[in-house]
Design a protein around this ligand. Structure first.
Ligand code: HEC
Length: 261
């Protein structure tokens, strides 16, 4: 009986392991991601507020034409250093659909700080129809949805037209674009969205393609995990506490056993 149980368990573990492996193989991008440094990487890393603000500017001026961020509200922007008045002004530039009103009709109004970044399309079908049949996904949690998400977004944005990992030239059907970093095959329906000097940064930073890609990746990382810094600080506190507790227990043990000698 026990023998059978062990065998069943072993088989179950093997199957789980295999399917996880297969899922990783299918989900992993074809080409190894580019080596890019973010201030928020590592156990003590924090977001670079200036980079995240620049990244928001890129999202606002470029990406928001196609991608919504339905889990980020304008008022969250105060967490990356915008003042309440700035947030009000940013929100007012957008129009959101609200309602129904007393006549049962939906109506448009300027966005308020409590509104979320809207999708630019009224529904997924319209989004797909305007983008060669593939709806641009919501970007709120994108850096969490892809392994190594910040480096992934950076590599994707700067990796158009590159050769594959073995150095082979890649080709794609009409309406899709070569990108060896894309998770599902190397042909992506998003046209290269950024280029050098596409935006003019409010803080005067030179807007190279690589700078733009890295800033918008940092912004997306913040959007997906705004509480990361608190999580890391808590980790450090827990470790310090455990060290303190270990010392205390060691001294207590010595004292108690010391009496027996
Ligand atoms: C003209 C419309 C358009 C613009 C502008 C645009 N995208 Fe996209 N994006 C798309 C479409 C369409 C897809 C879906 C591609 C696919 O699945 O083949 C997509 C997919 C993505 C993905 C998901 C890739 C994946 O792994 O599934 C990311 C990340 C992304 N876009 C980031 C950005 C960023 C960042 C910007 C701004 C710098 C941007 N996009 C601007 C249309 C756009």
């Amino acid at each position: 009986m026990a023998h059978r149980l062990v065998k069943t368990l072993a088989a179950a573990i093997a199957v789980t392991g295999l399917s996880i492996g297969a899922a990783q193989a299918a989900g992993g991008s074809a080409k190894e991601l580019k080596d890019v440094e973010f201030s928020h990487s590592g156990p003590f890393g924090t977001y670079d507020r200036h980079a995240v603000q620049r990244g928001f500017q890129v999202y606002k001026e470029v990406c928001s034409a196609c991608h919504g961020m339905e889990y980020v509200a304008y008022r969250n922007l105060t967490e990356i250093g915008f003042s309440e008045d700035q947030v009000k002004a940013i929100a007012a530039e957008y129009t959101v659909t609200d309602g129904p009103n007393n006549d049962g009709d939906m109506f448009d109004r300027p966005a308020r700080p409590s509104d979320k970044f809207p999708s630019p399309f009224p529904n997924p079908q319209a989004a797909a129809a305007s983008n060669g049949g593939v709806a641009p996904p919501d970007l709120s949690l994108m850096t969490k949805a892809r392994p190594n998400g910040d480096a992934y977004v950076y590599s994707l944005l700067t990796g158009y037209g590159e050769k594959d990992a073995e150095g082979h030239e890649l080709t794609c059907p009409e309406g899709t674009y070569v990108n060896p970093y894309f998770v599902s095959g190397h042909c992506i329906a998003m046209a290269p969205p950024i280029d050098d000097d596409l935006v003019e940064y409010a803080d005067g930073t030179a807007a190279t393609k690589s700078q733009i890609a890295s800033d918008v990746s940092a912004f997306m990382a913040w959007a997906a995990e705004p509480k990361m810094e608190e999580r890391k600080q808590m980790g450090v506190k827990v470790i310090l506490f455990l060290i303190f507790l270990s010392v205390l227990l060691y001294l207590a043990k010595k004292r108690i056993w010391g009496r027996l000698h």
